[in-house]
Design a protein around this ligand. Structure first.
Ligand SMILES: C[S@@+](CC[C@H](N)C(=O)[O-])C[C@H]1O[C@@H](n2cnc3c(N)ncnc32)[C@H](O)[C@@H]1O
Length: 275
């Protein structure tokens, strides 16, 4: 283990993902991404923000298949570095750019993007704060598409503790209605929850997809030999979801920034102060 390497037991969930460089760590994995993008029908001339892009699998796929420009941001520098390597290797560096940035304080001017998307990011953060940022950086008429874990019913305090142990303290999946309320509170028009699914874990399919992700696979053997505790940690995480899958579901929460701003002056001042 390198001297600067944190022990696996001490890594928080984001550090773990960044160290592994997993390309599709969201409910439903990459098959869900493909299904969602099929419905979103992104156009070549659109400019897309992928917020909390991880190692850039979705951003690069979008650039390759649609030919649109994509800006991927993530708070973990290690992830952004891996995403840049992916874009280089997949020959889409001219279309995709990656930056280290915080989704709760996006470094882009108002009205920059046609589509703001996220996959399993908002669930860990203050939802309305994130959606207000998306609202600000979208053009009027711009779309929001957020693939997130949801709960079928409120979780018991014990299940919530277990969830926090696996994914970190701030993890707070809402009901579908809760997601819709957050989106509306940020100023969006609600346009639907697409591809809503029960959270059925298909380990075989997910494993197949992971094996195709060269960023994840390339140093995996070395990582396991450096930190064998990784296997136990991954099994624990998967075990939690398998045991409790009946409590969770997921879907693509979608909204649109209204063409004409209906916000009154007081509301606009409040939003610019809140960011
Ligand atoms: C569960 S992963 C999902 C990554 C990617 N969207 C995917 O589906 O594979 C959550 C990602 O959000 C990033 N993240 C967490 N908090 C963030 C923040 N405040 N701003 C930007 N990215 C953040 C993490 O570093 C991590 O890459």
């Amino acid at each position: 283990m390198g001297e600067s390497q944190i022990r696996i037991e001490d890594m928080n969930y984001f550090q773990l993902l960044a160290w592994l460089g997993i390309g599709s760590s969201h409910p439903g994995g990459f098959p869900a991404t493909r299904r969602n993008l099929d419905l979103l029908k992104v156009k070549r001339e659109e400019y897309v923000l992928d917020a909390g892009c991880g190692s850039g699998l979705t951003a690069c796929y979008l650039a390759k298949t649609v030919g649109c420009r994509v800006m991927g941001i993530d708070i973990m520098p290690e992830m952004v570095e891996k995403a840049r390597q992916r874009a280089e290797r997949e020959n889409v560096s001219d279309l995709v750019e990656f930056k280290v940035a915080d989704v709760t304080n996006l470094p882009f001017p108002r009205g920059s993007f046609d589509l703001a998307m996220a996959e399993s990011v908002t669930v860990f953060l203050d939802k309305v704060k994130v959606y207000r940022q998306f609202y600000r950086v979208l053009k009027p008429g711009g779309r929001l598409a957020d693939l997130e874990m949801s709960v079928v019913n409120e979780l018991s305090p014990q299940l919530q503790d277990e969830l926090h142990f696996v994914y970190g303290k701030g993890t707070d999946p809402l009901t579908f209605q809760g997601w819709v309320d957050a989106l509306k509170e940020a100023g969006f028009e609600y346009t639907g929850i697409l591809n809503a699914q029960a959270n059925k874990i298909n380990s075989g399919l997910l494993l197949q997809e992971l094996k195709k992700d060269w960023i994840f696979v390339k140093d995996l053997a070395q990582k396991v030999s450096e930190q064998p505790g990784i296997l136990h940690r991954l099994q624990n995480n998967a075990g939690f979801m398998r045991k409790n899958q009946g409590y969770f579901c997921y879907g693509l929460i979608t909204g649109r920034k209204p063409l004409g701003s209906k916000l009154n002056l007081i509301e606009r001042v409040k939003r610019s102060l809140l960011g």
